[in-house]
Design a protein around this ligand. Structure first.
Ligand code: 5GP
Length: 192
């Protein structure tokens, strides 16, 4: 997605530890018209696939997931990162290792919002090692729902998570794939 690559080049900051910060439009301040374009782009890629549920993970996934769900005209379910009092009844729970925090946390979805009648598109902001997506995929499998595919806004291709999923046969659509980035020079190189 050309406009996304341009935005990453003009507004993204490469930090040490393979972290790309895009706080000006995705992870802190949110560029709503631009996110709407992102929603439309995911819709154009998956519109033939009879998707009836979008699944993401809090917190950055929620804004993206909202725009995608709006395009598909279906609900968005966001996985929670901690058990709260307002999550009642049976839950799907899976451990996920956090890339940005270096710790493991439990990811939770209430069983009443995901089941065998659902055809699911998983969306998230970043794809790095693939831990977040793998956690969400295992929840989809446990629920008996059909996983149609995954959509990430920015994939850091050099970390390998996306290609590992593709090798396993999972459809992964990333709107920008970064082949390499350098925190000293700030250089970002995209795949294709
Ligand atoms: P993974 O689980 O694929 O290793 O990492 C993906 C998750 O970690 C995403 O949900 C995202 O929130 C976070 N993440 C991974 N890499 C980056 C990055 O370079 N920048 C930001 N802002 N978040 C990242």
């Amino acid at each position: 997605m050309k406009t996304l690559k341009e935005k990453i080049l003009s507004e993204g900051e490469v930090h040490e530890g393979n972290i790309l910060k895009v706080d000006s439009f995705l992870n802190h301040q949110i560029d709503i018209p631009f996110l709407k374009e992102i929603g439309r782009e995911f819709y154009s890629r998956y519109k033939e696939d009879n998707i009836n549920k979008i699944l993401t993970i809090e917190s950055s996934g929620i804004a993206i997931g909202s725009m995608v769900a709006q395009e598909f005209g279906c609900p968005l379910v966001f996985a929670k990162k901690s058990i709260t009092k307002n999550i009642a009844g049976d839950i799907y729970l899976t451990p996920v290792e956090s890339f940005t925090h270096g710790s493991t946390y439990g990811v939770i979805v209430s069983k009443c919002f995901l089941g065998k009648d659902d055809r699911v598109l998983i969306v998230d902001d970043f794809l790095a090692n693939g831990n977040a997506l793998n956690g969400l995929i295992s929840i989809v499998k446990e629920s008996g729902a059909e996983l149609v595919g995954c959509g990430t806004v920015i994939e850091k291709g050099f970390q390998g998570g996306g290609d590992q999923l593709r090798k396993k046969g999972v459809r992964v659509e990333s709107l920008a794939i970064i082949e390499s980035m350098n925190s000293e020079s700030g250089e970002i190189v995209f795949r294709d």
